[in-house]
Design a binder for this molecule. Sequence first.
Ligand code: 5AD
Ligand code: SF4
Length: 468
Amino acid sequence: MKEIKNNSFQNMEEQQVYLSRVLEYIKTNKKTQPKACVETYGCQQNVSDSEHIKGMLVSMGYALCDDTDEADFVLFNTCAVREHAEARVYGNLGALKHNKRRNPDMIIAICGCMVQQAAVCERIKKSYPYVDIVFGTHARHRLPEFVYKTIFDKKRVFEISEQESEVIEDIPIHRDGDLKGWLPIMHGCNNFCTYCIVPYVRGREHSREPSEIIKEVKEMVAEGFREITLLGQNVNSYGKGEAHGVNFAKLLRMINDIEGDFKIRFMTSHPKDCTEELLDTMAECEKVCHNLHLPMQSGSDRILKLMNRHYDTEKYYHLIEYARKKMPDISLSSDIIVGFPGETYEDFCETLRMLKKVRFTSLFTFIYSKRDGTPAAIMDDPVSREEKGKWFKELLLVQEKISKENYKDVIGKTFRVLCEGEGREDGFMAGRTDSNMVIEFKGDNTLYGKYLDVKVTELTNVLKGTII
Ligand code: 5AD
Ligand code: SF4
């Protein structure tokens, strides 16, 4: 068998050796196939990372399950973006103590953005002694090595070094779906928005090679995937500083040229790097959905500056107008933070004003959460949580009204949808439009995975329609 060299963590070749050894161990020592449960918190990037984690676990001989009570291996893939997500992880980790008591051979692992923070790692080390493996975002591909060490060295593993690896290819994958799939095109973030922990826990931007991305899209299309979502913290800066000279717009064109009946989505776009070239490309590429998630964060220029966002509301609105001119059917969504340190009610009203002007199809809204180590964490924050809560409710009401009006506008119109599963009512299936709206219509499972033309007939608590 191949020798394992220390400190050679930059590719999957070394990990394959650990992987085979764990597989061999499981095959010879376990009477029944052990089960692994992976719980994912946070963004789509984490969902995608978890698909690779599941891929490695399956290759090591585990069967996947959804219930921590049944599992011999539990892994939490965590998020650090807001405090609330961290609190949930601590709560769920606490509950695993009883599982470990019942099943002492069980392995408990925690990884991802949250544990990349030194203070969190220390807390787990001290207060959760039954956690076996802790590893940060830069070591995600080294799971086989960590499982091997837990089994054979019987020691706890802590690996949260800040040493960034280049992009690692060829990590096994077990995709959650068979119709819609995630495809990361880059990792990390260089933007340092002042409220955000991501650049500290995920490190600097690294783009994957266009050839690797194209190869993966082709594989997914051949496997029957109908919708591929390209992922990155800021996809608009794809390829910056790389020798291949392919920017995001060019990459979209290359993927659009791949043969097959599939659609392309992407997230997230940073307004500072969103160009007319990109919007032209979206309009010209028939496989790219006319759907843009463009986080505005705030409608106050003063707050945008404090957030270090590098655009103002004028530039933002210009992008919206340009996108709508080129793609009249485009649907737009956004992220908004309420209660950034120093935000006044007047600043907040500016955000409301922008929401009414832009009229997003959907909105992801967050109350500011202080993240230690970020510049915003030491800014003056005089407004109480209670007050921010009131603003937040006010914002939700404004958006609810806009969303309802937007939905009413689509009654009577016909859309091409991808049938992606069962509807809420018996006998109904659900389909998603390019613009990310869900329409339910009469039908059965034979329609799954098909593109259908559906005419919207009514709005109850969901949009309903009939197949044309
Ligand atoms: N507090 C609240 N929301 C945040 N986001 C990022 N950091 C914070 C924070 N500290 C939001 C932003 C981002 C989305 C993914 O999460 O709106 O776009
Ligand atoms: Fe965070 Fe800003 Fe990077 Fe998005 S672009 S991950 S909000 S720092």
